[in-house]
Design a protein around this ligand. Structure first.
Ligand code: AMP
Ligand code: GLY
Length: 415
């Protein structure tokens, strides 16, 4: 199979590794990719959908895999499918599960997926009196894509009101949602979907805040651990029956079948699991810990899903554990510094360890930082403790001025 993978993060680096391990792969092209992926495929620059369409016309690509949300929300999957090439990634309509939180909420309500109670507002003038009348703090969410900056979990009425004012000023904040606050541990459930059926990937937990003990600003994710003790393959399938299958059924019935990775961010509350958000793609950094634990052919599953013939049990989970520690640049997430030199002592990377690249580039022969999240130090081991030990041993092989990382990734899964 000739495959084109779109994206440049550590999520795509993990996907590229899994795809490259498949005997079905003939050729892998990655656009734009990053320096860490250079030995897995050919890196090309295709920054616009017009260039992607030209490329797949000139080269006999059989499957396009789309990593990030922006091209999905912009309808790239529709355009590529329109050109007659199979795509793993949802249509623009179906991707609204992520690109419009109001759409996701209305679908959840229609099909009785458990979620937080909410109210939607089109103006600050309506939202503020509602909050004042309630006398309660709310979780304030901008409707649209906001690169992880669209949610404020307010602690008081006044914080709720200032969050409303801030988020309403963002392009994503044309519509605002006020959500009831939920409590409980979070789990990321990601399913490969073919429009009708799904296959669950190993359960994982992300760590969204910048600092230890969940302090500091929200980020795209500072590290992950998998699987979660509370969720094995069987219970993940049960959760999928509650929060994935009804969504697939609804979207198929309404002529927007979901083909791609459906990510449910779920909170395990005292009243049972409740969905906090859907993403219409693989998680980052969840994918980095899921891929090494999959027992099965990932490329075949992606291709089967794109062709509407997924075997829901084709991907099982290895009985091992994986951890990923994100190395972020100085100033992340507000103002990431670029251009810091990176050294990786590859000789010292332990067995089961690997470095995945995200925001890196080569300048004058030197690897340097080129974004907020720069590298992922990944460890795979027999137990969660082993995986974490290996991941942090990989961190010790990396130097970069101003590097930020959390020391407490995966603590919830330790005995
Ligand atoms: P999101 O950007 O939608 O992933 O939300 C960021 C984080 O905000 C989530 O990972 C949760 O920790 C938190 N969050 C979102 N919605 C709620 C809610 N209704 N109750 C409590 N926490 C929430
Ligand atoms: N790690 C959270 C996300 O991918 O949205």
């Amino acid at each position: 199979m000739r495959v084109l993978l779109l994206g440049s993060g550590a999520r795509e680096h993990a996907l590229a590794r899994a795809i490259a391990a498949s005997p079905f792969l003939d050729q892998l092209t990655i656009a734009p990719g990053n320096p860490g992926m250079a030995d897995l495929g050919t890196l090309v620059q295709l920054p616009t959908i017009a260039e992607v369409l030209d490329w797949i016309t000139l080269h006999p690509i059989e499957l396009v895999v789309i990593g990030p949300e922006a091209p999905l929300a912009a309808g790239w999957a529709d355009a590529i499918r329109g050109a007659g090439v199979a795509v793993f990634g949802p249509s623009q309509q179906a991707a609204r599960l992520e690109s419009s939180k109001a759409f996701a909420k209305s679908v959840m309500q229609r099909v009785n997926v458990p979620t937080a109670g909410y109210a939607a507002f089109h103006s600050v003038a309506e939202a503020i009196p509602f909050v004042e009348r309630s006398g309660l703090p709310w979780v304030v969410k901008a409707d649209g894509l906001a690169a992880g900056k669209g949610v404020v979990v307010a602690e008081s009425v006044s914080e709720t009101i200032s969050a409303i004012q801030t988020l309403a000023g963002m392009p994503a904040g044309q519509q605002l949602l006020l959500e009831e606050r939920l409590y409980g541990p979070e789990v990321s459930l990601i399913a490969i979907c073919d429009g009708e059926r799904y296959s669950v990937l190993p359960s994982a937990r992300d760590h969204k805040r910048l600092y230890e003990d969940d302090y500091g600003p929200n980020t795209g994710g500072m590290g992950t651990i998998a699987p979660i003790h509370a969720m094995n393959y069987y219970t993940a399938k049960q959760l999928g029956a509650l929060v994935i299958q009804p969504i697939l059924d609804f979207l198929r019935l309404h002529d927007m079948p979901f083909i791609g990775a459906l990510y449910a961010g779920v909170m395990l509350t005292e009243d049972g699991p409740k969905v906090i958000e859907y993403n219409a793609r693989f998680g980052d950094p969840e994918t980095q810990v899921m891929m090494p634990l999959i027992d099965g052919d990932v490329l075949k599953a992606l291709s089967d899903a794109a062709h509407g013939r997924l075997d829901p049990d084709a991907l099982r989970w290895h009985s091992r554990a994986a951890a990923s520690v994100v190395i972020a640049s100085h100033g992340y997430p507000e103002n990431p510094r670029r251009g810091d030199p990176i050294t990786i002592d590859s000789q010292r990377i332990p067995a089961g360890g690997m470095v995945l690249h995200a925001g890196t580039m080569v300048a004058d022969g030197q690897l340097v930082s080129n974004g907020g999240r720069v590298l992922n130090a990944v460890g795979v081991g027999a137990t969660h403790a082993d995986a974490l030990k290996i991941a942090y041993a990989v961190v010790d092989c990396i130097t970069m001025p101003g590097m930020q990382y959390r020391l407490d990734i995966g603590q919830s899964e330790l005995p």
